[in-house]
Ligand binder design. Structure first.
Ligand code: SDX
Length: 431
């Protein structure tokens, strides 16, 4: 932690508390309230953590007003254009871009851990065929702690490293198996001669009955989608992983908790919800009706894929995905995709509407991703599993950072209690 060079003074009820202020490399200062309750007997109140820094981190920086996203200082648009997913994984995990030798070694380690324990196949067969693949992933990833006992001791740096590589390497295999199981097709084993994204497409779309050649342009688009979803500061699912990890839970259990949180439609589930919304709107002429519904306080409808807790300017990932959507749809010969037309028109109308301008609502990462994934051949139920696959490196990187932090304590928030005062029990006959 940096030295504190200034402080904030809190005065209330005749008392005064000086709280140290820490300044970041870039971004807002933080007021350190760790001793507030001990010194003043009060809590702070911030249910959605809108003004709360839960940790210090060196991994990802977001400037929501400027629409900036940096991974270890490198802008996301440069990484999406010039790097590739496993190199970004190395950067997130170890803090620097790898040399050619380091990258080759890392890719070899990941490639040679893509198979899962053969007995884990039985887990998939315990699910109904129509189980959502996210349900399967939560179950199977959590179950990894029942198979990989030699990498669950978080106090051992080597076991932490092994668990990190296993999670990164096996997540595409597990996601692909969840997909294959849901469509009644046989599991497809990973291939060591394919790169990370191509291997995932192979495991999803290859069938024993015929040879499947991965289209390099699709593999590049898949790789870029992984990169754009890799990490995003202290979002809900990452915070879930950190909170689970703070109790000392094993890494597989922590990542399973992150997958569960990501599933929600307000978070990673928005990519599926957004495509469902675009299909419900159906055509450009019905957009005004839905814009009005999104603005109606009495209507729970929200424009899925729009808005963000942090971005009050364009989500830089959405810009790259919008470009990628045009490329993939052209490749797939679906340039006149009605959903893309509705999405682009919806974005144009919303960005010129007073309500969305005033509330600073812009398309987020989930707005265009679903259109691309559907054009690539994925069903909507696979959109969030793909998000989870890509975000695994972010969760693992943040988990590793927290575990190695000597200041780490179990996360245990307090509350504003509004319940009943103490009262005596009443026997049922007297109620
Ligand atoms: C992700 O945190 C991350 O980094 C997440 C993520 C990542 O990479 O990890 O970026 C991934 O989760 C992206 C977000 C995906 N979710 C959606 O697209 C679902 C739709 N969006 C909303 O539910 C909402 O915008 C959130 C959940 C994303 C953000 O909610 P906030 O920050 O709590 O904002 P809010 O709900 O307080 O909204 C502020 C105002 C409200 O109006 P008022 O009460 O002030 O009158 O804006 C309105 C909201 O009603 N509003 C919307 C809206 N989003 C917010 N109105 C219509 N449509 C929307 N989409």
């Amino acid at each position: 932690m940096p030295e504190s060079t200034k402080s904030a003074t809190l005065s209330f009820d005749g008392q005064q508390v000086d709280l140290p202020i820490f300044s970041p490399t870039v971004g807002p200062d933080v007021i350190d309230i760790r001793k507030l309750y001990a010194q003043a007997g009060v809590f702070t109140y911030d249910p959605g953590f809108t003004s709360t820094a839960s940790c210090d981190s060196t991994i990802t920086y977001i400037d929501g007003d400027a629409g900036i996203l940096l991974h270890r200082g490198y802008p996301i648009d440069q990484l999406a254009e010039k790097s590739h997913f496993l190199e970004v994984c190395y950067l997130l995990l170890y803090g620097e871009l790898p040399t050619a030798t380091q990258l080759e070694d890392f890719e070899q380690r990941v490639t040679h851990h893509t198979m899962i324990h053969e007995q884990m196949h039985n887990f998939f067969r315990g699910f109904r065929r129509d189980a959502h693949p996210m349900a399967t992933m939560v179950g199977v990833v959590g179950a990894m702690s029942a198979f990989y006992h030699d990498s669950t001791d978080i106090s051992d740096p080597w076991q932490r490293e092994v668990a990190s590589i296993r999670l990164l390497a096996k997540m595409p295999t597990i996601a692909a198996m969840a997909y294959k199981y849901s469509i009644g097709q046989p599991f497809v084993y990973p291939r060591n001669d394919l790169d990370y994204a191509a291997n995932f497409l192979h495991m999803c779309f290859s069938v024993p009955a015929q040879t499947y050649e991965v289209d390099p342009i699709l593999a590049r688009a898949m790789d870029r989608i992984f990169t754009l979803h890799a990490d995003h500061e202290q979002n809900a699912s990452t915070s879930t992983v950190r909170l689970a990890s703070s109790s000392g839970a094993n890494p597989f259990a922590c990542i399973a908790a992150g997958i569960a949180c990501l599933w929600g439609p307000a978070h990673g589930g928005a990519n599926q919800a957004c495509l469902e919304m675009l299909k419900e709107i159906g055509s450009v002429d019905r957009i005004p009706e839905y814009i009005e519904r999104a603005k109606d306080k009495d209507d729970p409808f929200r424009l899925m894929g729009f808005g963000h807790r942090v971005y009050k300017n364009t989500d830089p990932r959405a810009k790259v995905l919008k470009q990628s959507a045009d490329e993939v749809l052209e490749l797939m010969g679906v340039e006149d995709n009605e959903l893309l037309k509705v999405a682009k028109e919806l974005e144009k109308i919303a960005l010129n509407d007073e309500y969305f301008i005033e509330k600073k609502l812009f398309p987020n990462v989930d707005f265009y991703s679903g259109i691309i994934l559907e054009a690539m051949g994925f069903p909507m139920s696979m959109f969030t599993p793909i998000f989870a696959l890509a975000r695994t490196v972010g969760w693992v990187s943040q988990w590793k950072e927290q575990i190695a932090d000597p200041q780490m304590k179990i996360g245990r928030p307090r509350q504003l209690y509004l319940g009943a005062l103490e009262r005596d029990y009443i026997d049922v006959e007297n109620r």
